[in-house]
Design a protein around this ligand. Sequence first.
Ligand code: SF4
Length: 109
Amino acid sequence: MAENYKGLTQVKQTEEFEDLSWQKGALCLQTEPELFFPKRGESPNAAKKICATCDVGLECLHNALDHHQGESGIAGGMTEGERKKLVGKSRREVDRVFFEIEAINRRLR
Ligand code: SF4
């Protein structure tokens, strides 16, 4: 009984900290992972363009800001530096910036 209770608590805590169910729609999981971690001097545009057509981009961005601050790579259509500028902003402001960036990324070559 106590073991079950502990198990349920652990599951609940994990879900509260990081719900990854959105990743089922992640386009990056169907492409080359290296694209999303460009080396110094390489363009992030190929990854950003994929992000711009990904159905879970906004969830991805919020997840990166909520749980993975300071990590490298492209997430939610943004570089680490671009995401850093959103730290401390309201969710509404993050959403607004996301849709602006998504529109720009769709036009990348
Ligand atoms: S927005 Fe980009 S990084 Fe995030 S899940 Fe979609 S393709 Fe992957």
